[in-house]
Design a protein around this ligand. Structure first.
Ligand code: DAH
Length: 339
């Protein structure tokens, strides 16, 4: 069998190794030149045919060549590995000049925001917060609030009734009754929540939110009512907010009043928003009617109370200068994202 001269094998191996492009073809090279069936191994097999004195010399030559080739392979392996890493890095590199994708963060709904503010204000004044059910009975919504069956005030509110006689509460005044029946006196409570009426236009929605406030103690007077209202409205709007009372009628209070605040837009000078009056209607209030106290078994000779109720949605409209109540309930993100 003819074998290539050693120098020729080394030359071929060197050029083959250096022209490999990946670790796989390098491994093929290794098998070809150093493996069991490799050309060099053929040489080793012919050693026996050489004269005895030449064998060690040629054997050493072959071994040195094996080492040289092994070294060349290792060098090339380093080069290829480095090339591979560089290529991968290039592929994975981040183009830091690309504009970033913006994260959409949610925001608190304006009504929730108003509720949070109201909770802070009344908590600081020492009021506790209570809740009541939205599905109410006739008694809590009407009778216990001094609105007996056939009382004309029942017509003031268009009510959603269920077939079993229960109803969707039309006012949070219902929670007053629950508080009087369950809480020890003296009592300072606030309730916030959803109420429902058959109404739908620019300033009315079938569901809206109210805040109800009740204070009962031995010496509670209209002056306390005015003090708490002033504190509340100035904390909610601005310190410049002035309030005024107008006589009014609610079945569950006597005397009753409606409260106006000085127009937030013109500060009382008169503008389009306040219809040139300088005032904005804001809430209803009064001294709790003795019939309501008696119904809750409260000694009317000893205790008196004030109450007021305010639309949370209306407070929100006024605070943010909005005109259409319905926008608060449409869940249009273009509108909500402004807050
Ligand atoms: N419940 C009344 C309404 O829905 C608001 C109200 C008026 C509540 C006077 C009160 C009050 O507590 O004293 O229109």
């Amino acid at each position: 069998m003819t074998t290539l001269p050693l120098e020729e094998i080394l030359k071929q191996a060197k050029s083959a190794i250096e022209s490999t492009v990946d670790l796989k073809s390098l491994e093929d090279c290794r098998v070809r030149y150093l493996g069991k069936k490799a050309l060099l191994s053929e040489h080793l097999k012919t050693l026996g045919q050489l004269p005895v004195e030449k064998r060690p010399v040629v054997g050493q030559q072959i071994n040195e060549m094996k080492q040289t080739i092994q070294h060349l392979i290792e060098k090339q392996a380093d080069v290829l590995t480095q090339k591979k890493i560089t290529a991968e890095l290039a592929k994975e590199s981040i183009d830091i000049t690309l504009p970033g994708r913006s994260l959409n963060s949610g925001s608190i709904h304006p009504i929730t925001h108003t509720c949070n503010t109201l909770r802070d204000i009344f908590t600081q004044m020492g009021f506790i917060f209570m809740e009541g059910p939205e599905i109410e009975d006739d008694n809590h919504n009407f009778t216990a609030l001094n609105i007996p069956p056939f009382h004309p005030a029942r017509a003031m509110q268009d009510t959603f009734y269920f077939p079993n006689g229960t109803l969707l509460r039309t006012q949070t005044s219902t929670v007053q009754i629950r508080a009087m029946k369950t809480m020890p006196l003296p009592l300072r409570m606030v309730a916030m929540g959803r109420v429902y009426r058959r109404d739908f236009d620019l300033t009315h929605t079938p569901m809206f939110h109210q805040l109800e406030c009740l204070m009962i103690d031995e010496t509670v007077s209209f002056a306390n009512l005015k003090g708490v209202l002033t504190q509340f409205l100035q904390a909610f709007f601005t310190l410049k907010t002035a309030i005024r009372f107008r006589p009014s009628y609610f079945p569950f209070t006597e005397p009753s009043a409606e409260v106006d605040i000085s127009c937030l837009n013109c500060e009382g000078k008169g503008c389009r928003i306040c219809k040139q009056s300088g005032w904005l209607e804001i809430l209803g209030c009064g001294m709790v009617h003795p019939n309501v106290l008696k119904g809750a078994h409260i000694d009317t000779k000893r205790y008196r109370g004030f109450a007021f109720g305010v639309g949370i949605d209306r407070l929100t409209l006024l605070k943010y200068g909005m005109s259409d109540l319905r926008t608060l309930f449409e869940n249009d993100l273009r509108f909500l994202q402004q807050f």
